[in-house]
Structure formats: C-alpha cells, structure tokens
Design a protein around this ligand. Sequence first.
Ligand code: WTA
Length: 639
Amino acid sequence: MAKWVVREGNVFWPSEEMKKVANISNSDVYEEADKNPVSFWEEKARELKWFKEWEKPYEENLPYFKWFIGGKINMSYNCLDVHLKDKGDKPAIIWEPEPPHGEARIITYNELYKEVNKFSNVLKKLGVKKGDRVGIYLPMIPEVQMAMLACARIGAIHTVVFSAFSPDSLRHRLNDSGAKILITSDGYYRRGKEITLKDKADEGIKDTGIEKVIVVRRTGSNVNMADGRDFYLDELMKDAEEYCEPEKMESNDTLFLLYTSGTTGKPKGVIHDTGGYAVQAYLTTKWIFDLKDDDIFWCTADIGWVTGHTYSCYGPLLCGGTMLVYEGSPDYPDPGVWWKLIEKHKVTIFYTSPTAIRMFERTGESWMKKYDLSSLRLLGSVGEPIGEEAWMWYFENVGGGRCPIVDTWWQTETGGILISSLPGIGPIIPTFAGKSFPGVRMAVVDESGNELGDEKPGYLVQKSPFAPGMLRGVYGNPEKYKKTYWEKYKTMYDTSDGAYIKNGLIKIEGRTDDVMKVAGHRLSTAELEDTITLHENVVECAVVPRPDEIKGEAPVAFVILRGKEREGLKEDIIKLVERKISPIAKPAEIYFVDDLPKTRSGKIMRRILRNLISGKELGDITTLVNPESVEKIKEKLKL
Ligand code: WTA
C-alpha cells in the first residue's frame, strides 16, 4: 500500500511517491509567490474561466481592497459548464441519506448542470434578480448545493442559515439581509428523528420580508403550505426551462453573505465577493487537498458554516472533483457510520474537525477497524486547535500511518484556508498549522503591531496584499467591519487569534476575544448572555468558555437571579437558549451567584471567571471593585 508521508522524529515529510504525484511539490513556490503575490494570484486566476479579463488585478484603499477589477466571471459557470465536455458523466456529488431513509444518489456534472439551470429559472420566475438576497435553510441534501449554485448563476446573493439554528436565529439573518425568498425543506432526518424544518421556517419568517418559500421534499411528510406563498420545488421544476444564461458578474460583486458570531450580541453578515473568493477556493482545494480527477473528497462540515461553503460545495466543484455529502451525524446509527461510508465510496481525502476526532478516540478504534479505510490518502483538520494526542490518533487509526494530515487554519472572514502545510512539500509538525499559503502573508505581532521573533506569542494578523478570498465588508454595517478587523492595526487585518511561530511554522493558540469554539462551532459569549438575560428570573449573566475534553470548549454561565433559585430553573434557561439560538449553544453548566467580578467602571471581568473555571492563575484582581465576589464564586465551584 502506498505511503504518502514519511516520519523523521516528530516531523512528517511527503514520501517520494507523494512528491511525484502532488499537484504542487516545488518548495520554491513560497518564495516566488511572495516576490509578487498579486501576479501570483493573477496567474492562478487564469486557470478559471473569465468572460472578460480584469483591467486591474488589485487595488487597496484600506480598510477596503478589490481583486480582479473589471473582470467578469460566474461561479456556477466555473463549477459546472466548464466541466461538461470532459467530465459530463463524472459524479459531482455522491449523496448519502441518514439510514434507513432512502438510497444514495449519484449526481453527475451533466445532471447537476441541468438541475441548477432549471432551479435558476425557477428563481427568476419567482422574481429573483441579480443582487437580491435569498435565504437558504436546508439540511445536507444535494438541493442545498443546487440552490447555492442557482443563486450564483443568476447573480443572487445567498445567505445560508445552519439548519440546526432556531427560528429566531433565522429571523435575524433574514431581516438583516433583507431576503424576500427562502428555500427550505419539509424536514430531514437526524439521529433517527424526523426534524420538521418547515415548521421552524414558518416560525422564523414571521415579521420578515419573506414573500415566497420554496420547499424541497425530503421526508414527504405533510407540512403546512401557505397558498400563494409556499411552493414545492419539484412542482416548480416541472415547467422550468432547461437553460439559464449565467449572469456575467463583476469579480467584486457579492456572491454570498454568511452570518457569524463576533464579540457583540448579534451575528454579523460577512460579505464575500465572486472572483477573489472563487480563486482562493479553487487553489486551496487543488494544492492543500491535492484534489485530482480520481479522488473522492469528503468534507464533513455542514453547509451552514463557511467550511461547508468552500469545501463541501465551491472548492471541489471548481476543481471538477467528486465529493461525498452525508445527511447524518457521525454517531448514528452507530459510530461506525462514517467509516462505512469511506469504505463504500472509497473516499480518498477526508476533512473533519478535532471535535469529531476526539469523539471517535473516546469511542475507541474498534469501530473503524471493521471497515477498510485503505482508500484514504490525505486527511485534514479544521475549526479549532488539534492537540498532539488527537493528531497522532487520527494519523495512526484513520490514516493507517500512511496519510499526511493538513491542519488548516482559516475563518468565515477569510473565505478559504490561509495557513496550512502543503502535503507535497511539508514539513508537517503535529499541532502546528504550518506556513502561510503561497501568496498570503500572515504574521504574529505585539499589541502595537511590531512583528515578533520565533516562539514569542502574540496576535495573528494578515499583511497586505490581502488574500483574494477575504471578506469585503459586513453587510449593512461598515462601522462594524472597520472596528472589528481594522481598528487595532489599521494596515493589517486583525484575526482575533493568538499564535506564535517556530521554525517558520505557525502555531495557533486560539481566540483572544469573546468568541468560543464549541465543537468547532463559532459562538459568541455575548449572544448567549443577551439570551439568558431575557429570562424573567435573570438579572445579570456572564458566559465564559471552559476547556472540554471532546468539544474543545463548552459554555459556562454565571447567573445573578432576581428572587430565589427554584427547581427547574436551570433547565428553563437551557431551553431558552435552545429555542432562541440553537441546541448547539446550550450552557454545559449554570452557576447561580450573588455577584460577578467587576471593574470600577462596572465591566464584568470575564477573564477572571475564565481562569477560575479552567483552574488557571487568576491574575491581578486588585482592580476589581468587589474582589470578595471571587472568593464566593470559588466556594460555589468548590475549588
Ligand atoms: C479557529 C472556521 C486552530 C480560529 C474555518 C479561528 C482554528 C476560528 C483552526 C474561525 C485551526 C480555525 N487551528 N484554530 N486549524 N481553524 N480555527 O469562522 O480561532 O467558524 O479564528 O471558521 O476558528 O472560525 P470560523
């Protein structure tokens, strides 16, 4: 069996075999690209099909910048039309339902092209025009990629909302984006249960501008269909024309909005453009995942997150690849389900989260030993730091000691991976994400923006020229865009992550702001606090993350009550969070306290709570107006 990686102590290098076949194996690429990142990206952009070439490759007027100015391109054209001649009969999507609800579907490029064209015409007929926002609230079924590509084809801006988000979360996103159309489904299957998504959608569109709802039939159950407002997709598709001319988008026109959590209460709509994002998605998939014609690529991320957008949809399709899409969860009907799928479809590239890996580590190797995983040749990790133990476990048990692991660092805002090792070049060192991707300049700096030397921890930033896949703003809120990403360093993009560099490789240490990564999901402590304080018995609340063996982090709430504690109150608060945000955000622990540590100006010192709960040094508490509160909380925590 081919070995794709060789080990030298704690460092992993591509094997000779890997170097021979890899899409990129010449390490000069880093230096070459860094000499002139703009011409590097220009050259790569030419691998996509442009209706018209750009007049100017890059322009900066900070905090704004543009790529491929004047260039005309269409995302759906590059994902579909360009592959028809050579790859029409090749599977684009292999879809697997959650067992036992249905059969696998194999959708070729020809078929996907046909469906997307019809879907585009359906949208047009319902009045959707270029620049209009379309909400997509769908589970992992192929119609979600079709819906995104249909929007892209006609120049409509999609905003996908994770199907496990609550109706309230959906409503906020629909209102903020001003969407008039929502695409959803009757329901879907999750851990053996039927989830009636349409009911949640009906609730979520109340008090929004949604005029029409397109419903994909997945479960076939009876759902409420409002006359003149709700339409089944299959019925609309019946009379739809077979061809839809792709809209010629200016490269900087918006492709999608994706809402993400920041340091304040309400999620913000991150804006991604068309051309720059496409180039980044394409090249990172080709080089980091080394995607080739005969690969079967499986990114397990849900489409509701950026990883799903870039690597469960656009990246693989831009490369003309075949991807697996799975509706269900990793542990249902048993923890063997993912490995069974890898065996069945001979998956070659597998991309998942450290949380999933830790979960499988806990369940034990026996589940994967039942299946043949020898088709795998490359593994990836994303979303949170991966510890050495989980890395080695993944390497040995999933990769059979043969496959390189790419630990990919990026964010909703960056659109595509910015830091990773390249599997044909190396080196790969467990727990280090790697180098900046060619043509990208990441750096670690101190508070005032001075670059730090080796092994000095600081703040992770990006320097000019900014990568083509980067966000172009926050929808409807330029102030927020400036404040969040550009206020601190002005000429550098602030990632809000802590990091250090050792031997040229970047080690990510985690968020430095009030954003948590719970099971890889990005959640804001402020949003949880705002939600919990909505409860009539709650006066004040602080939420901080505590380390969690499986999920990486878990939210813990400290709550000051109005009146006395009563039975069932904790459960009520948890239910409130599930209802208002999502079950994924529910606090792992709630402590009722009399007082929260505060500064003289009344600011809650979350850092102290965070240190308390994770057993770290408390740090300076002399600036507190109520240092005695710390002792009392310690008692509660029985420390
Ligand atoms: C964290 C996910 C360590 C980081 C694509 C970042 C990581 C946040 C890694 C963005 C990694 C992502 N190692 N931490 N390989 N990848 N992160 O927007 O804190 O959901 O800022 O995008 O995830 O989360 P988001």
